[in-house]
Design a protein around this ligand. Structure first.
Ligand code: WTA
Length: 662
C-alpha cells in the first residue's frame, strides 16, 4: 500500500472531530441529538419508524398498523398503508413547485452532459409506464432491466414502480448465463436493455448478450424486449419480440396515474451472492424500503435542497438503487449520474466532474479511491490538487472496509481536510445504511463505520447470540426488525430463514454475515469481514461456490476450490485452486490454461468474477472425510507458511505443491 505518508496503524488511532460549521447546519446536528433519536427508538421502536414514515412519505392511504411480527421473521411494516414510490420520487416534487429543478445531471462516457428536470423525468417515466402497460405488464409482474448507467435506467426502474411491476436490475457486466439464470428465477415477462454500453471509450454489447441469454433457453416467460438506442451500434431485432424504446415511448401519453400499492408490495428483486452456488433474489418492499432510502439520504448524507449529490455506483448494485434511483429523488435532490469508469479518459475523471458540476456530496467505493491514489502518485496531471474541489462538503464510502491510510488521503486530498467522511456499512439485504456516521454528530475514526443509524439495533454477539464486551470480536447481528429489511428470498422463503435467521442464534436476530468488533472506549464498530464463503472484490460480492461451479463447468476441470486473499487495490482478490481431469500442467501450458479458465469464468458469470490467481495441483488438501480445507488454502493463497495443525489431512504433501505452483 502506497496510499499515504501515514500508515494504517497510525491513522486508525486518530479521532477527527465534527467540524463546527458542518454541525451547525446539519439535519442531525450533535452527538446529543443523535443520542436523543436513539433513545426515542429505544423507548418505542415501531413508533419511531411510524413517525418518520408519516413525515417523510406521501401516503395515498395512511397505514393504521406499523409493525406486524405475527409471522416472524417475515416482518411486515405499514402493511395496510398504500403509496407509490414513483409518486414519492417525482409527482409530489412537481406539485410542490420543483418541476423545473434539475433532478439528474447525466454525464456520458465521452463527457457529454444532459440535464433532466423533475417535470421532464416525470413525463419520461409516465410514457414508459404507459408503454409497459400497453405491453400487458401488470402489477406484480417482474421486469428485468439490463441497461447501462443512463437516465433511461432510472426511468425504467421508476416506470416499473409507477405501475406496481417489480423490477430486477441485472448489472451490465454480467454474462448471458447469469442474465438467463436471473430472468428464469424471477419469471420476468419483459426485459429492458440497450443496443450497447459505452465504457472507457469502448462499445460493449448488451442486446447481443440478451439474445444469447434467451437463446440458452429457460426464458420463455419473456414476451417483449425493449431496446434503448445508446450507441447506434448494429443489433439484431427479433420480429414480434423486440421493439425500440423511443418508438414505444413516443406512442404513449405523457401522464400516467400511479398504481397505489400496499407498503409491502415488492418494489424490486436484486440478485446477490450467498454461500451457495445460486445467487439469491433479495426481495424489497415499497414503503419500508422507500422510508429508509429517504431518511438515510437526509441524515447520513445531510442532503439539502441546494446540494449536488453524486453517488458513483451503478444501478446494477443496491447502492445504485437506494442512492441513485430512490433516495436522492424521494428527497427532491439534484444528483449526478455518470456513465463510464473512473480512469477514462484519465484518472482525473472524478475530480474533473466534481469541479464541473460543483458536486457537494460525493459517495464512492474504497477500491476506486485506492486506484485513484495510485494513479495520482504516479501521474502528476491526474492528482486532485490540479482541480478545484471547493464545492465538496461531505464524502462517503461504501461496499467494503476502507483502510485508514486511504481514508486519510481521501479526507486530506479530496475533502481538503474540512469534509467529514461517512463510512457506511450496509448490504443488499438491508436496503440502506445500517452502521454509519451521521456527519454532524459523530467524531470519526478512520476505518470505523462508527455507530448504528437511529432505530437500527445492531450488536456484536458470540455464537450463542449473547452480546460480547466492547473490544472483543464477534458476529454482527441486528436484534430488531427495521422497515427496509429484506422481506424474503424470491421463491425460497426457507432459504431466507436459514440464511438470515438461523436457529443457532436462537432464530431471533438478523445475521448480517459479517464479523465486527466495537472499540473498547467509544463503542464504535469496525467490520472485520465476511464470516461466510462470500468474497468482496472491489466492493462487489462474489460467492466462492459460484466461481467454483463456473470453473468445474469447464470440460477439463475435475475439481476447484476458491478462496480470497488480501489485495492492496481490490480489497480481496480471487484465488482458485484447480485439479484437472488430466495431469497437472506447468510452465507455458499452465499459463495458457489459466488464461482459458479465466475467460471461461467471465463467460459463465462475468469479468468481475475472473480469478486473479489460478494454481493447479494434483489434488486439493482434504480431510479424511473428503472435506476441502479452505482455511489452509487461504493461508497458501496469501503466501504465508502453513503453521496450523495438518494432522487431519489426508494428503499433507499437497500443501507444498500448491504453495509452489503458480
Ligand atoms: C461489505 C453493498 C466494511 C460487508 C452496500 C457486507 C462493508 C457486504 C461496508 C455487502 C463498509 C459493505 N465497511 N464492509 N462500510 N459496506 N461492506 O450486498 O461485507 O453488495 O456484508 O452491499 O459488503 O455487500 P452488498
Amino acid at each position: 500500500m502506497t496510499a499515504s505518508n501515514q500508515t494504517d496503524a497510525q491513522a486508525a488511532t486518530t479521532q477527527v472531530p465534527v467540524p463546527a460549521e458542518f454541525a451547525q447546519k446539519a439535519h442531525v446536528a450533535s452527538r446529543a441529538a443523535y443520542d436523543e433519536l436513539c433513545a426515542q427508538a429505544q423507548a418505542d421502536h415501531a413508533g419511531f419508524w411510524a413517525n418518520h414514515a408519516r413525515k417523510l412519505l406521501s401516503w395515498h392511504k395512511p397505514f393504521t398498523k406499523t409493525l406486524d411480527e405475527s409471522d416472524a421473521p417475515f416482518f411486515k411494516w405499514f402493511e395496510d398503508g398504500q403509496l407509490n414510490a414513483s409518486y414519492n420520487c417525482l409527482d409530489r416534487h412537481v406539485a410542490n413547485g420543483l418541476g423545473d429543478k434539475v433532478a439528474i445531471i447525466f454525464e456520458a462516457d465521452d463527457g457529454t452532459v444532459t440535464r433532466v428536470t423533475y417535470s421532464e423525468l416525470l413525463e419520461r417515466v409516465c410514457r414508459l409506464a404507459n408503454a409497459l402497460k400497453a405491453e400487458g405488464v401488470q402489477k406484480g409482474d417482474r421486469v428485468v432491466i439490463y441497461l447501462p448507467m443512463s437516465v433511461e435506467g432510472v426511468v425504467a426502474m421508476q416506470a416499473c414502480a409507477r405501475i406496481g411491476a417489480t423490477h430486477s436490475v441485472v448489472f451490465g457486466g454480467f454474462s448471458a448465463q447469469s442474465l438467463r439464470d436471473r430472468v428464469e428465477d424471477a419469471g420476468a415477462v419483459l426485459l429492458i436493455t440497450a443496443d450497447e454500453q459505452q465504457r472507457g471509450g469502448k462499445s460493449l454489447p448488451l442486446k447481443a448478450i440478451v439474445d444469447e441469454a434467451i437463446g440458452l433457453g429457460g426464458c420463455d416467460s419473456i414476451r417483449r424486449v425493449i431496446v434503448f438506442r445508446r450507441t447506434g451500434g448494429k443489433v439484431a431485432m427479433t420480429e414480434g419480440r423486440d421493439v425500440w424504446l423511443h418508438d414505444v415511448m413516443a406512442a404513449q401519453p405523457a401522464t400516467c396515474e400511479p398504481e397505489w400499492v400496499s407498503a409491502e408490495h415488492p418494489l424490486f428483486l436484486l440478485y446477490t451472492s450467498g454461500s451457495t452456488g445460486k445467487p439469491k433474489g433479495v426481495q424489497h418492499s415499497t414503503g419500508g424500503y422507500l422510508l429508509h432510502a429517504t431518511l438515510t439520504t437526509q441524515w447520513t448524507f445531510d442532503l439539502k435542497p441546494d446540494d449536488v449529490f453524486w453517488c458513483t455506483a451503478d444501478i446494477g448494485w443496491v447502492t445504485g438503487h437506494t442512492y441513485v434511483t430512490y433516495g436522492p429523488l424521494s428527497n427532491g435532490g439534484t444528483q449526478v449520474v455518470f456513465e463510464g469508469v473512473p480512469t477514462y479518459p484519465d484518472a482525473a475523471r472524478f475530480w474533473r466532474m466534481i469541479e464541473a458540476h460543483k458536486v457537494s456530496i460525493f459517495y464512492t467505493a474504497p477500491t476506486a479511491i485506492r486506484a485513484l491514489i495510485k494513479a495520482a502518485e504516479t501521474t502528476p496531471e491526474v492528482h486532485p490538487r490540479n482541480f478545484n474541489l471547493g464545492s465538496l462538503r461531505l464524502l462517503g464510502t461504501v461496499g467494503e472496509p476502507i483502510n485508514p491510510a486511504a481514508w486519510t488521503w481521501y479526507h486530506r486530498e479530496i475533502g481538503g481536510g474540512r469534509c467529514p467522511i461517512v463510512d457506511t456499512f450496509w448490504q443488499t439485504e438491508t436496503g440502506g445504511h445500517m452502521i454509519t456516521p451521521l456527519p454532524g454528530a459523530h467524531a470519526l475514526t478512520p476505518g470505523s463505520c462508527t455507530l448504528p443509524f437511529p432505530g437500527i439495533d445492531a450488536a456484536v454477539v458470540d455464537e450463542t447470540g449473547k452480546e460480547v464486551p466492547w473490544g472483543q470480536g464477534g458476529v454482527l447481528v441486528v436484534r430488531k426488525p427495521w422497515p427496509s429489511m429484506i422481506r424474503t428470498i424470491w421463491g425460497d422463503p426457507e432459504r431466507f430463514k436459514k440464511s438470515y435467521y438461523p436457529a443457532d442464534f436462537g432464530g431471533k436476530y438478523y445475521l448480517a454475515g459479517d464479523g465486527a468488533i466495537r472499540d473498547a472506549d467509544t463503542g464504535y464498530f469496525t467490520i472485520t469481514g465476511r464470516i461466510d464463503d462470500v468474497l468482496n472484490v472491489s466492493g462487489h460480492r462474489m460467492g466462492t461456490m459460484e466461481i467454483e461451479s463456473a470453473l468445474v463447468s469447464h470440460p477439463l476441470v475435475a475439481e476447484a476450490a476458491v478462496v480470497g486473499r488480501p489485495d492492496d487495490l481490490t480489497g480481496e482478490a480471487i484465488c482458485a485452486f484447480v485439479v484437472l481431469k488430466r495431469s497437472r500442467p506447468s510452465g507455458e501450458e499452465a499459463r495458457q490454461l489459466a488464461a482459458e479458465l479465466r475467460n471461461h469464468v467471465a463467460q459463465e458469470i462475468g469479468p468481475i468474477a475472473k480469478p486473479k490467481d489460478i494454481r493447479f495441483g494434483d489434488n486439493l488438501p482434504k480431510t479424511r472425510s473428503g472435506k476441502i480445507m479452505r482455511r489452509l488454502l487461504r493461508v497458501i493463497a496469501k503466501g504465508d507458511a502453513v503453521t496450523q495443525d495438518t494432522s487431519t489431512l489426508e494428503n499433507p504433501a499437497i500443501l507444498d505443491q500448491l504453495a509452489q505452483a503458480n
